[in-house]
Design a protein around this ligand. Structure first.
Ligand code: NAD
Ligand code: DAU
Length: 351
């Protein structure tokens, strides 16, 4: 069926994988990618599909309500998949206001525009992409389910929790046909090298210290970004209106174990003597309010919609490391200029 679909944040890490998937898989859809191209957004992530006839890129800010209303008026979207956000926890600790603006106000502007523009909600869908961080932190055992109470602890997760609540409020109050998913840590190509894996791959490549926060025993549940995009595709098509779906890789690693494994893989790929990269590991001051452990129970999504992750553990880590080494030009371009000063300052503060 033909439809015009708005994807926000499509020039970012996950968004670019999703835009590529939809543009290639659904030639009958018109995919409109709206992105402000902040430091995290990069059109180079979408070079291979930029000339496709079913794809349009628009540079714009979801915080600008007039602009968003006009965009909805102009394109008459049938659906929205909303990913645009400020996404890095450390930056949210430095500047919470930026996160409230984009993640809360921006989401509200999109909800309002959909509500006013969609005179008839039938066949429409507003899909909000969120994070497992809204659930707070786990101890040594247990998993986040869709019923876990919200308990956000960083300005980032508080802003995402707030946006989730707004999305649900628009469903309950106005019957806006929404769906939400909350996903664990993604990894793979095109992730901005401020997040753990691409940052450490880049640092190993340049023989720079690997800043491990606190005792390094924090646990994350890593999901291959392509598996996240496939889950979003399924949920957009078949997820039940008003529902929430958790997405996770069943792939838990303590940070230090993941980092040690990455060091081994990097030594091999860079043809360095075994043990070289591990020497770069440097324990630094912990992240404030650092959540101890995330782990997702994705059984609802698996049982209801038949999704399952396809890439696991070391295989994903190796594929990730290989991609950043093979895509030197991309890595150099996103880590030049202001990036160098930002990370020099960050590291100096933590040491
Ligand atoms: P990202 O930081 O790589 O990309 C975010 C994109 O949003 C960028 O292209 C940026 O330019 C754009 N953007 C930011 N502010 C904007 C604004 N005001 N108007 C328009 N565009 C704007 O983020 P990501 O890691 O790809 O995450 C995408 C979404 O998925 C976010 O909503 C995030 O909360 C969520 N999420 C991420 C992960 C993860 O592990 N990365 C896990 C679960 C959920
Ligand atoms: O769980 C989903 C979330 O995963 C997403 O919602 C966020 O957008 C995404 O950024 C990610 O958040 P994290 O804070 O878990 O990811 P990050 O890569 O920043 O950190 C992963 C772990 O590694 C975390 O325990 C902090 C630690 N860390 C991170 C960096 C950048 C370090 O020890 N050193 C570092 O330099």
């Amino acid at each position: 069926m033909k439809q015009t679909l708005l994807i926000t944040g499509g020039a970012g890490f996950i968004g670019s994988h999703l835009v590529r998937l939809f543009v290639n898989k659904y030639p009958e859809y018109h995919i409109v990618n709206l992105d402000l191209l902040t430091y995290a957004g990069n059109l180079a992530n979408l070079k291979d599909i930029e000339d496709k006839s079913n794809y349009t890129f628009i540079k714009g800010d979801i915080v600008d309500a007039n602009f968003i209303n006009n965009l909805f008026d102009q394109y008459q979207f049938d659906g929205v998949i909303h990913l645009a956000a400020e996404s890095h926890v450390d930056r949210s600790i430095e500047d919470p206001a930026a996160f409230i603006k984009t993640n809360v106000l921006g989401t509200m502007n999109l909800l309002n525009a959909a509500k006013f523009n969609w005179s008839d909600f039938s066949g429409k869908r507003f899909y909000h992409i969120s994070t497992d961080e809204v659930y707070g932190t786990l101890g040594e055992t247990g998993f986040f389910t869709e019923e876990t109470a919200y308990d956000p602890r960083s300005p980032y997760s508080a802003s995402k929790a707030s946006s989730d609540h707004l999305v649900r409020a628009f469903y309950h109050t106005y019957n806006l046909p929404i769906v939400i998913s909350n996903c664990s840590n993604n990894y793979g190509p095109y992730q901005f090298p401020e997040k753990l894996l691409p940052l450490f791959i880049n640092n190993i490549k340049h023989n720079k210290p690997l800043p491990v926060y606190g005792d390094g025993k924090y646990t994350r549940d890593w999901l291959w970004v392509g598996d996240h995009a496939a889950a979003i595709d399924l949920i957009y098509a078949k997820g039940r209106v008003g529902e929430t779906y958790n997405i996770g890789g069943n792939n838990e690693w303590k940070n230090i174990d993941l980092i040690n494994k990455l060091c081994e893989v990097m030594d091999e790929l860079l043809d360095r003597e075994a043990g070289t990269s591990k020497k770069l590991i440097t324990y630094v001051k912990d992240r404030a309010g650092h959540d101890r452990r995330y782990a997702i129970d994705a059984s609802k999504l698996m049982n209801e919609l038949g999704w399952k992750p396809t890439v696991f553990a070391e295989e994903g880590l190796r594929k990730t490391a290989e991609w950043y080494l093979e895509n030197e030009e991309w890595l150099e371009s996103v880590t030049s200029g202001a990036y160098q000063d930002y990370y020099a300052a960050m590291y100096a503060e933590r040491s």
